[in-house]
Design a protein around this ligand. Structure first.
Ligand code: ADP
Length: 272
């Protein structure tokens, strides 16, 4: 009798162990696939600018360097390619650090209106090339204080504005509005009247390397990582991000932030 019980226990233990190992192996497989896919994407994204640079250098060496005008033009194009490579590598570096959870937030209180104006200044030239107006939806006369990692939020706003310019129409507008929400939150809305996004692609927008139209977006020279970075930063803040877009009409990306001094310990008690 005891022998059979022992055998049964042993069998149960072995089965349990096997199940556990199976789960571990599945997890490793998922991770391995993820890693392979990531590396595949990386080499693919890096090849395009590399081939471009190589093309111009080869042509120069083949004799094009003799013509002063062509020489300058090709060198400038090669330089653009190098800039693009740097840009992609920076984005990849950022996403890798974000994905391994290596992001400590440096939260402090700052004025979100001032930050938006700063980002507007940063991209005024880029917007000007397509005659796109960057505007706040009303005059925010007084500061709106929020509590977040200022540098990361600056990156979020920058990525959203850059996209609104890249996928915006000539003579269009990018408008930012800040609204109060309940629960001591604000919502920041970035709205453009650009090309918009087909409903079927909206759920995939925040995937890394995802692009709606690979050829069209490629022309715009992105890395396909901008929105993935945005999502990581917002998630790390435990805030939310929403997309509302209509093909041919425009897009609105909005995210929430914690208002400053919404935590009790921050509120100064004035004793009478
Ligand atoms: P990319 O480097 O390609 O711009 P993102 O992650 O920033 O990468 O965006 C992913 C894709 O989402 C873009 O390629 C584009 O197709 C689409 N997209 C992002 N923002 C907008 C926008 N404001 N209007 C239209 N499409 C957009």
């Amino acid at each position: 009798q005891p022998v059979t019980t022992d055998m049964r226990t042993l069998k149960n233990q072995v089965e349990k162990f096997a199940r556990k190992k199976k789960i571990e192996i599945e997890t490793l497989k998922v991770r391995e696939n993820y890693r392979k896919e990531f590396l595949g994407n990386i080499s693919h994204e890096l090849k395009t600018p590399l081939f471009t640079i190589q093309g111009y250098i080869d042509t120069l060496l083949d004799g094009a360097h003799k013509d002063k005008v062509i020489r300058k033009k090709y060198l400038q194009r090669a330089q653009k390619g190098v800039e693009r490579l740097t840009y992609i590598i920076n984005d990849m570096d950022m996403i890798t650090r974000l994905e391994v959870g290596d992001m400590s937030l440096d939260k402090k209180e700052f004025d979100i209106v001032a930050l938006i104006k700063q980002v507007f200044d940063q991209f005024e030239m880029k917007a000007g090339k397509k005659n796109i107006t960057l505007a706040l939806d009303m005059n925010y006369d007084s500061p709106i204080m929020v509590r977040a990692d200022q540098e990361r939020i600056q990156q979020v706003i920058a990525n959203l504005i850059v996209n609104s310019i890249k996928y915006g129409r000539n003579n269009g507008t990018t408008e930012i509005a800040i609204e109060d929400l309940v629960n001591n939150k604000v919502i920041v809305r970035v709205t453009d009247n650009g090309e918009g996004i087909d409903k079927e692609f909206v759920p995939r927008l925040f995937e890394r390397f995802f692009r709606v139209d690979r050829t069209g977006s490629r022309k715009e020279g992105g890395s396909g990582l901008g929105l993935a970075i945005v999502k990581h930063i917002i998630d790390a803040h435990r805030e939310s991000i929403y997309v509302d877009s209509e093909l041919g009409i425009g897009s609105e990306f909005s995210f929430t932030l914690e208002k400053a001094s919404s935590r009790l310990e921050d509120i100064e008690v004035v004793e009478e």
